[in-house]
Ligand binder design. Structure first.
Ligand code: GLN
Length: 390
């Protein structure tokens, strides 16, 4: 009898997180796994310090501390344009990662089909396998990363139960337009399917683009499971605070899945994060400005050293074209993964190979993130400039 399940043979560890380990080993500038190198807002740190002595060291309510859910309902109710019931329509999870997995396990039976845009955030592949779903991939076609809505309709016609929409989209930085979301939404309603959204970059969007919640569109609340997290918005990826919002029937089932997966997110961290959820709108405007500066600084740097890249509309990721390097005889036969490993050791900058995001055979793109202090980004550009000497 095999010692391990079949399921664990069908996916690898996360390449994104593996690149962080390799980067740490060689002391490279880590632009692979996306997380900030700067501190969360001071008010949240003060709240965390205070919380340490307030005795909130035991379990909170499994689906989230009451005041945390209430604050979430207020903030996200504004974005969704509707009153959210904090008792019946929210589950607080351990990061957006658990929210996605919980959503998939709540709606999928083994063999159900789920549509996933490609390139996709690599977790969705494992989410599908672990929940028993079979993915149908819908290409987002570079350079604009647009898609053929007919393929989405074909997917629903083949019986797809849901479509995952990462908006703004990791890794390609696409921000879905209202028209695109409406078109997807209409099909979800027509075929009585779900849209499972991943909106963790909702506040990292560049002018003139605007993030629109799928659940805010007419008739879509009943068909949407909104997955989100506080990680990127408040620079607290290590706090592991995420949540899902959806119609009561779905949320009641998701509460059970979550309860047996993790029981609950860390109680003191939920308490401290309420401070962030109550920030005024100016905080989010400031965040957008901070990331706009970083994006501009990094993209200008890439232009200066002649590396071809896309222009992200949202998120803190940029895709770089490495085809011209892979064409050099010395790199012959290199995969993008091998190129990234070489780059960590020889250039001192870590990236994620594009092939871990694409269903299609794509070997010439790598993903870098720019959630770093500007001086670190400058140093990374200097190092990357050495690629041109090859
Ligand atoms: N979303 C981040 C990325 O794509 C990392 C998230 C994670 O590792 N959980 O790099």
């Amino acid at each position: 009898m095999p010692r391990l399940s079949d399921r664990v043979q069908t996916f690898t560890d996360s390449v994104i997180r593996r690149m962080t380990r390799i980067s740490n080993k060689y002391g490279a500038i880590n632009l692979s796994q996306g997380f900030p190198d700067f501190d969360p807002p001071k008010e949240m740190l003060d709240a965390l310090a205070k919380t340490a002595y307030e005795g909130l060291h035991q379990y909170s309510i499994t689906y989230g501390a009451k005041n945390f859910r209430e604050a979430l309902a207020r903030k996200q109710g504004k974005a969704i344009g509707r009153t959210i019931d904090p008792e019946k329509e929210i589950v607080v999870t351990c990061g957006g990662t658990e929210a996605m997995m919980c959503a998939m396990m709540t709606i999928c039976n083994p063999g159900d089909k789920v549509m996933v845009f490609s390139p996709f955030y690599e977790n969705y592949g494992a989410d599908a396998i672990l929940s028993g779903a079979d993915p149908i991939y819908i290409p987002l076609v570079p350079p604009k990363y647009d898609f053929d809505i007919q393929l989405v309709e074909d997917g629903f016609k083949k019986g797809a139960k849901a479509i995952i929409v990462c908006n703004p989209s990791n890794p390609c930085g696409k921000v879905f337009t209202r028209e695109e979301l409406m078109a997807i939404g209409e099909l979800a309603v027509k075929y009585d399917g779900f849209v499972v959204t991943d909106e963790v970059y909702e506040h990292i969007v560049y002018e003139p683009y605007q993030h629109i919640c799928m659940a805010s569109l007419p008739g879509m609340y009943e068909h949407t499971i909104t997955c989100n997290s506080l990680s990127k918005t408040y620079s607290i990826t290590g706090w592991r605070l995420g949540y899902l919002i959806g119609p009561e029937e779905v949320v009641e089932a998701a509460k059970k899945v979550h309860d047996f997966l993790t029981v609950g997110a860390a109680a003191p961290l939920q308490e401290a994060a309420v401070t962030g959820l109550n920030f005024p709108d100016s905080y989010y405007e400031q965040l957008r400005e901070i990331y706009t500066k970083k994006r501009n600084c990094f993209l200008e740097g890439l232009d200066r050293i002649g590396l071809e890249h896309n222009i992200p509309q949202g998120t803190y990721f940029v895709m770089i074209d490495i085809k011209k390097f892979l064409d050099i005889p010395w790199f012959q036969g290199y995969t993008d993964l091998e190129f990234c490993e070489w780059m960590i050791q020889n250039i001192g900058v870590a990236a994620v190979p594009g092939s871990s995001f694409f269903k299609e055979e794509v070997n010439h793109l790598i993903r870098l993130h720019f959630a770093r202090e500007e001086k670190t980004l400058e140093e990374a550009i200097q190092r990357l400039g050495k690629l041109q000497e090859l």
